[in-house]
Design a protein around this ligand. Structure first.
Ligand code: HEM
Ligand SMILES: [Cu+2]
Length: 549
C-alpha cells in the first residue's frame, strides 16, 4: 500500500459515510465508477434482449416469442445499446476517471454538474425502462422513432422519447464539462500538443456532443408535440413533411456514431504505443484526424436516406461527403499500424483486444463504404447487411474498445491485477463468436433478407442458425471476460503503479489514485509518448539480473 490514502478511503465531500459517500460524491473518479456499474448493468440487459431475438431467428416461424414481443425487445435492445451503452460507455466511465488525471488536474471543472449528469443519466434510463410497463406497453418503433408510425402507434412512445431527451441533456452536460476542463484545467506547462490522445479524442467528441445533441432534443420534442397536439409538423395532410423528421433525426444520429467511435479510437491510440514501446506514429495526424472526423462526420447524415426520395444531386453530394470521412479514419488506422511497425511489441490482453478492435472496425468501416455509395445502397438498404455493418462498427469497434479500456485501466482504477490467461480465452471466444455471428448476416443481406423482420423465407434458415450459434459463443466469451475481471476482487493481486510501462500522467500516480490525484506536482513531458525512460529502466533491470546470476 502507498502512504497516501486512495480515493476509496477519502470521500468528497468529506464526512459522508457508506452509500452517501458515493451518491453525493463530487469526485470524478467515483462518478466514473458509478457510471461503470450502471452502464455495465444496462449492457448485460441489452445483451440478453439481443440473444433472445437471435434465438427467435434461429429457425423460421415462431420459435420462442410472438411478433409483438419481438418488436418490443427489438426497440428495447436498440434504445439501451445506443443511448445507455455505446454513447456513454467510454466517455462517461473512462473519460470521467482519466481525463482530469491525464491533464494533471484535480477534478473536472464543474464537479457538481458532473454529478448532475449522472443523475440525469439514471433518470433517463429509469424512464426508458418504465415506459415498458406503463401505458399500452413498450414502444415498437425501433430506436429511430420514425414518423409516421411513431405518431400513430398507441404504445408509450412519448415517455421513451422523453427519456431520450433527458439522456441527451446528460450527454451535453458531460461534453460541456470536458471542454471547459481541457481549456481551463491543464496543468502548468501542458500545451495542446502535449495532451494525451485519449484526452484529445474526448475533446473532439465533446464538441460533437454539444453541437449535435440539441438537434435531437428539438426533434424529440417535435414528436411529442405531434403526438399530443397533432399540429402537423410531419403530417403531409396538414402541410408537414415526414422526410423532415428523417433529416433532423440523422443530423444528430449520424454524428452520434462519432460520439461512439472517437473515444474508442482514443483508447486504442493510448494502448498501441504503450505496448509497442514506441512513440505513436503521427501524433499530430491523429489529433487532426479526430477533429477532422468530428467536422466531416457532421455533414453526411443523409446517407441514411438515399432511398427516401431525395434528389439525385443530394444523393451524389452526400455519397461523396461520406467517402471523405474515410480519409481521416484511415489516417488513424495507418498511424496505429506504423506505430507497431518495428516496435518492441509486448502482447497483453489490452493490446490483444486493441488488435481485435482494429480488425473488426476495419471490416465495419469498409462495408460502410459499400453502403455509402448510393448504387449499392439501393440494393442493400434495410437488409441484414446493414445489421452486420453497424454491429461491426459499434460492437466490434466501440464494444471491443470498451473491453480493451477495461483491461488497460483496470489495475489503475482498482489497484488489482486480473488473470491474463482467462482474459485471452474470453477475448478469443468473443472475437470468434463475433465473426460467426455477424459474417453470415452480410451474406443474408446480399441475398435480400430484410432487417427488423420477425420472420423470414425458409432459404435464409441456415445463415440465421449459424448466426445464432455464433451469438452464443460471443456472449459466453463476454461473460468469461467479465467474470475474470470480477474475480480479481476475490484474489486481490496488488497491481503496481505502472504495470504496463505507460508514460501518460495517470501512470505516475498510485493505483488506485488518491482523492486529489497528484501527491506532488505532475511533471509534464515535452512529448506524452516518450518511452526512452521506460526502455532504459527495462535495460537496467535486465543488466542487474544478469550481473546477479
Ligand atoms: C455493443 C453491442 C451492440 C450494439 C451497440 C447493438 C445495437 C443495435 C441496434 C442499434 C440495433 C437496431 C435496432 C433498431 O433498428 O431499432 C440492433 C439490432 C439487433 N441486434 Fe444489436 N447491438 C449490440 C449487440 C448485439 C448482440 C450481442 C446481439 C445478439 C447476441 C444483437 C442482436 C441484434 C438483433 C437480432 C437485432 C435486430 C436486427 C434487425 O432485424 O434489424 N446485438 N442492435
Ligand atoms: Cu450515418
Amino acid at each position: 500500500m502507498t502512504a497516501t490514502e486512495s480515493f476509496y478511503h477519502t470521500p468528497s465531500p468529506p464526512g459522508l459515510k457508506g452509500i452517501w459517500a458515493w451518491l453525493l460524491t463530487q469526485d470524478h473518479k467515483r462518478i466514473g465508477l458509478m457510471y461503470l456499474w450502471a452502464v455495465g448493468l444496462w449492457f448485460c440487459i441489452a445483451l440478453c434482449c439481443g440473444l433472445l431475438m437471435r434465438v427467435e431467428l434461429m429457425s423460421a416461424g415462431r420459435t420462442i416469442m410472438g411478433p409483438e414481443v419481438y418488436n418490443s425487445l427489438f426497440t428495447l435492445h436498440g434504445v439501451i445499446m445506443i443511448f445507455l451503452f455505446v454513447i456513454p460507455a467510454v466517455p462517461s466511465i473512462f473519460g470521467n476517471f482519466f481525463l482530469p488525471i491525464q491533464i494533471g488536474a484535480d477534478d473536472v471543472f464543474f464537479p457538481k454538474l458532473n454529478l448532475l449528469s449522472w443523475y440525469l443519466f439514471m433518470l433517463g434510463a429509469f424512464l426508458a425502462v418504465a415506459s415498458l410497463f406503463l401505458g399500452e406497453g413498450f414502444p415498437d418503433t425501433g430506436w429511430t422513432f420514425y414518423v409516421p408510425f411513431s405518431l400513430t402507434t398507441d404504445k408509450n412512445v412519448s415517455l421513451t422519447v422523453t427519456a431520450a431527451f433527458i439522456l441527451g441533456m446528460s450527454s451535453m452536460l458531460t461534453g460541456l464539462n470536458f471542454i471547459t476542463t481541457v481549456h481551463r484545467m491543464r496543468t502548468k506547462g501542458m500545451g495542446w500538443m502535449q495532451m494525451p490522445l485519449f484526452t484529445w479524442s474526448l475533446y473532439a467528441t465533446s464538441w460533437v456532443q454539444i453541437l449535435a445533441t440539441p438537434v435531437l432534443s428539438i426533434t424529440l420534442l417535435m414528436v411529442i408535440f405531434e403526438r399530443v397536439f397533432a399540429i402537423g409538423l410531419f403530417d403531409p395532410g396538414k402541410g408537414g413533411d415526414p422526410i423532415l423528421y428523417q433529416h433532423l433525426f440523422w443530423m444528430y444520429s449520424h454524428p452520434a456514431v462519432y460520439i461512439m467511435i472517437l473515444p474508442a479510437m482514443g483508447v486504442i491510440s493510448e494502448i498501441i504505443p504503450v505496448f509497442s514501446r514506441k512513440a505513436v506514429f503521427g501524433y499530430k495526424g491523429i489529433v487532426l484526424s479526430s477533429m477532422g472526423i468530428a467536422v466531416a462526420g457532421s455533414l453526411v447524415w443523409a446517407h441514411h436516406m438515399y432511398t427516401s426520395g431525395m434528389s439525385d444531386v443530394a444523393v451524389f453530394v452526400f455519397s461523396l461527403l461520406t467517402f471523405l470521412v474515410a480519409i481521416p479514419t484511415a489516417v488513424k488506422v495507418f498511424s496505429w499500424i506504423a506505430t507497431m511497425y518495428k516496435g518492441a511489441i509486448e502482447m497483453t490482453p489490452p493490446l490483444y483486444l486493441a488488435l481485435i478492435f482494429i480488425y473488426l472496425f476495419c471490416v465495419g468501416g469498409l462495408t460502410g463504404l459499400v453502403l455509402g455509395s448510393a448504387g449499392t445502397d439501393i440494393h442493400l438498404h434495410d437488409t441484414h447487411f446493414v445489421v452486420a455493418h453497424f454491429h461491426f462498427t459499434m460492437f466490434g469497434g466501440t464494444g471491443f474498445a470498451f473491453f480493451a479500456a477495461l483491461h488497460y485501466w483496470w489495475p489503475k482504477m482498482f489497484g488489482i491485477m486480473y488473470n491474463f490467461k482467462k482474459a485471452y480465452i474470453g477475448a478469443t471466444l468473443a472475437a470468434v463468436g463475433f465473426i460467426f455471428h455477424y459474417v453470415p448476416m452480410f451474406i443474408l443481406g446480399m441475398q435480400g433478407m430484410p432487417r427488423r423482420y420477425y420472420d423470414y423465407l425458409p432459404k435464409f434458415e441456415r445463415g440465421n442458425f449459424l448466426a445464432g450459434f455464433g451469438g452464443f459463443l460471443l456472449v459466453i466469451g463476454i461473460i468469461l471476460m467479465f467474470y475474470n475481471l470480477l474475480m480479481s476482487f476475490r484474489k486481490r493481486q496488488v497491481a503496481p503503479q505502472d504495470p504496463w510501462g505507460g508514460t501518460t500522467l495517470e501512470w505516475s500516480v498510485p493505483s488506485p489514485p488518491p482523492l486529489h490525484n497528484f501527491v506532488e506536482e505532475p511533471k509534464v513531458k515535452a512529448y506524452p509518448y516518450d518511452f526512452s525512460e521506460v526502455i532504459a529502466q527495462a535495460q537496467n533491470d535486465q543488466a542487474h539480473q544478469e550481473s546477479e546470476k
